[in-house]
Design a protein. Structure first.
Length: 278
């Protein structure tokens, strides 16, 4: 494909793995060292599509990314759940006892707190990307410093695996979304999942009323995430994922919610393999 894919991080990162799965290993990549830089690449039309992590089953949601998608009017056109295996890696000829620092992305460090807690002498250093941490150690020939990332990153940069599967819970998944500046249109019969965003008045029971509407319209709530509204302190908007068997059920709920809520927005309508299991 000719369309450039913006990823957070470099080759060897988990975002890179998702890009390979979705678009093939030959797809051109724009390596962005932060999520705001990734979004800017899309807004400036330097890239046609982007891949963003939204939540991890251990570390939770990446709330700033919800704001980036909403504030820049990006459209989610798909999602991918990736099994995450965290590996401790360093230059050859070392063991864990030789390590004084561990570098990695903050979300990766959060997923490995139990393992890292066994070594209180190790200093934790946050970096922009898991694979970039591995490359930095390799290119700088740094001994005594390890990185946490994917086994693929260890292989790419010639690092030894000092410990594998070091994440807190073995069933570790991250949800990634595919975003672009223009929405894609699917036939209604193929749609079984929606991601929507709305805000509510600060009145008792307002959220419960919305959830009852979804239930009555036969929508299955699979995710809800609140996010502060910057302009109005202590008020929140909500990002909600729902799955459904019939598109008409979604349309009925949408018509009601547009009247009941403010700032209503459909972020995504798509076919999800995960919907069958929700």
């Amino acid at each position: 494909m000719d369309t450039k894919i913006a990823i957070q991080g470099i080759k060897g990162s988990f975002h890179h793995q998702v890009a390979g799965t979705w678009f093939g290993n030959e797809a051109p990549l724009a390596e962005c060292m932060s999520f705001p830089a990734l979004v800017q690449s899309l807004v400036n039309k330097e890239s046609g599509l982007g891949i963003m992590a939204l939540e991890n089953s251990i570390a939770g949601s990446i709330i700033p990314n919800y704001a980036l998608i909403d504030n820049n009017d990006l459209h989610i056109i798909g999602e991918h759940y990736l099994n995450i295996s965290m590996t401790l890696m360093a230059l050859p000829g070392q063991s864990v006892s030789d390590i004084t620092e561990v570098h990695s992305h903050p979300m990766a460090l959060l997923q490995c707190t139990e393992f890292l807690g066994r070594y209180p002498h190790i200093k934790l250093v946050e970096s922009a990307d898991t694979a970039e941490s591995a490359r930095y150690i390799f290119e700088s020939n740094l001994r005594g410093i390890a990185a946490i990332g994917s086994p693929i990153a260890a292989e790419m940069f010639g690092l030894d695996v000092l410990a594998e599967s070091i994440h807190n819970i073995q069933n570790n998944q991250t949800r990634f979304v595919i975003v672009k500046t223009q929405n894609s249109v699917l036939p209604p019969e193929e749609i079984n999942k929606a991601s929507i965003k709305f805000a509510l008045e600060d009145t008792p029971g307002s959220l419960a009323t919305v959830l009852n509407v979804m239930n009555n319209c036969k929508l299955n709530l699979s995710k809800i995430q609140s996010m502060p509204i910057a302009e109005t302190p202590f008020k929140y908007s909500f990002f909600v994922d729902v799955v459904f068997e019939k598109y008409k059920h979604y349309l009925k709920a949408k018509a009601i919610l547009e009247l009941m809520t403010t700032q209503f927005k459909v972020c995504l309508l798509y076919t999800s393999d995960a919907a069958d299991a929700a």
